[in-house]
Design a protein around this ligand. Structure first.
Ligand SMILES: Nc1ncnc2c1ncn2[C@@H]1O[C@H](COP(=O)(O)OS(=O)(=O)O)[C@@H](OP(=O)(O)O)[C@H]1O
Ligand SMILES: Nc1ncnc2c1ncn2[C@@H]1O[C@H](COP(=O)(O)OP(=O)(O)O)[C@@H](O)[C@H]1O
Length: 410
């Protein structure tokens, strides 16, 4: 293999497609703008190299980062090849396997329809599409849909004695994926979409549901009051919060911040993640790592985070933010808008360096990256942190739980 000379940062949809492709779920894989000549290193938004694309073929180099939520449960999110192998080992190569696609919340009558749908099949695979794209308002999103998938799986298990599995499938929109093809690659012979088996009367009642509730409120209150009632009932006017993670590169800021943001989002809090690397690709594009550039970068993050908090949302930020002065400025901006929670991710330098997911410490030690935090640029340890978390001795789940306890304290 040639030394990769180009890097491409994958969009959320491209990440989904790559994960599906590497797991054997589809032959399709491409990147926006088409692949240039030679090899291309494909990275996530955090610049972690995940695969190399060469001659139209993608080869994995690192496992994908996982986040929190039921759709990240490794028992459910499994490669198509593994699922196909397992199901065939269980029922044999000739048996008839049905895939049931669950891409909308299942109603009672769909669960009832399952009985007929799964009859005469030797095994059932419940396929749940999960997208990294933010859900549109009113959508359950991947966590909610995964819970629906589990309900469908249990309903099948209650109605038949055949093996049934639930599988979360990374799903890229607009990539031209077809369930017929993806289901076959998961070991199925036939595929049905459960929502297609909804009764027409149920669909009509569902269509009316959306307007019904706000129509009722509008009928009961005069217009400006009705709007406040709707907002208050939906919890839209909560105090906003900035959760600010600071720590060395590789300390675990992004991992914990992402897991926290996913959990809060899943519970209906409007959560905005401002991750260090992603910010540098957009908001702070072109800035370097000298002290002045870092301070500017951190202040920009603080400014955006405080806007989010001002409007009642939760901003979760995760830059290194090595200087006390920059962090103090963020505190000032955030406290003017809502609440500020400072989390120092204190994982020791040796551990961060040993992780070296992006290979940056090795380069910094070799003198190839100047001003590298912890090696050739300082990290001023915070004295005003609300929480100190060392991820070499605290799991991601425990770290998230500790932040949540802090957030629940008013
Ligand atoms: N010189 C140097 N020092 C530190 N980090 C470097 C450097 N050059 C590039 N990188 C990569 O940039 C990420 C840190 O960017 P931040 O915006 O979080 O830094 S800062 O807050 O402005 O100090 C950091 O990402 P994380 O590993 O997610 O922290 C590195 O991947
Ligand atoms: N308990 C833990 N909490 C967070 N990350 C952990 C933990 N244990 C191992 N890791 C790994 O450490 C690395 C941390 O990287 P990342 O979250 O990108 O750090 P940062 O954003 O601080 O640079 C990831 O590869 C992650 O899987």
């Amino acid at each position: 293999m040639n030394i990769p000379d180009t890097t491409h940062v994958l969009s959320p949809d491209e990440l989904d497609l790559l994960e599906l492709h590497l797991g054997g779920g589809t032959d399709t894989f491409g990147i926006s703008g088409g692949a240039p000549e030679g090899s291309v290193t494909l990275t996530d938004a955090e610049n972690t190299p995940l695969a190399v694309l060469e001659g139209g073929r993608a080869t994995a180099v690192k496992p994908f980062a996982r986040a929190a939520g039921p759709h990240w449960d490794p028992a459910l999110r499994r490669p198509a090849d593994t699922v196909a192998h397992e199901i065939r080992r269980e029922v044999g190569p000739e048996a008839d396997v049905l895939a049931v696609v669950v891409d909308e919340p299942a109603t009672h009558d769909e669960l009832t329809a399952l009985e007929t749908l799964v009859a005469d099949h030797a095994a059932v695979i419940v396929l749940v599409p999960a997208s990294r794209r933010a859900p549109t308002p009113g959508d359950l999103g991947a966590p909610g849909l995964t819970r629906v998938g589990a309900v469908v799986r249990d309903a099948v298990a209650e109605r038949t004695s055949v093996p049934v599995l639930c599988v979360v499938v990374p799903w890229a929109h607009d990539a031209g994926l077809r369930w017929d093809d993806v289901a076959v690659r998961h070991g199925a012979d036939h595929v049905v979409r459960l929502a297609d088996h909804r009764r027409a009367t149920t669909s009509e009642r569902l269509a009316r549901l959306g307007s019904l509730w706000s129509d009722e409120v509008a009928a009961l209150y005069p217009p400006p009051v009705a709007r406040d009632v709707v907002d208050a009932t939906r919890g839209a006017r909560r105090q906003g919060t900035v959760v600010f993670f600071t720590g060395l590169s590789g300390s675990g800021k992004s991992t914990v911040a992402q897991a926290l943001a996913a959990e809060l989002d899943d519970e209906g809090r409007h959560t905005t993640l401002l991750d260090g690397d992603a910010v540098r690709q957009h908001l702070s594009k072109g800035l370097g790592f000298d002290k002045a550039s870092r301070e500017l970068n951190v202040e920009r993050i603080g400014y955006v985070a405080s806007l989010v908090a001002y409007h009642g949302g939760v901003a979760v930020a995760a830059p290194i933010a090595p200087f006390a002065s920059g962090r103090a400025r963020v505190r000032e901006l955030a406290e003017a808008a809502g609440r500020f929670v400072l989390v120092h991710v204190s994982t020791p330098l040796e551990v961060c360096e040993a992780r070296d997911r992006k290979g940056l410490y090795a380069k910094a030690r070799a003198g190839e990256i100047p001003d590298f935090t912890g090696i050739s640029s300082p990290y001023e340890v915070p004295t005003d942190a609300d929480l100190v978390i060392d991820t070499s001795v605290t799991s991601v789940e425990d770290a998230v739980a500790r932040v949540r306890v802090e957030l629940d304290r008013e």
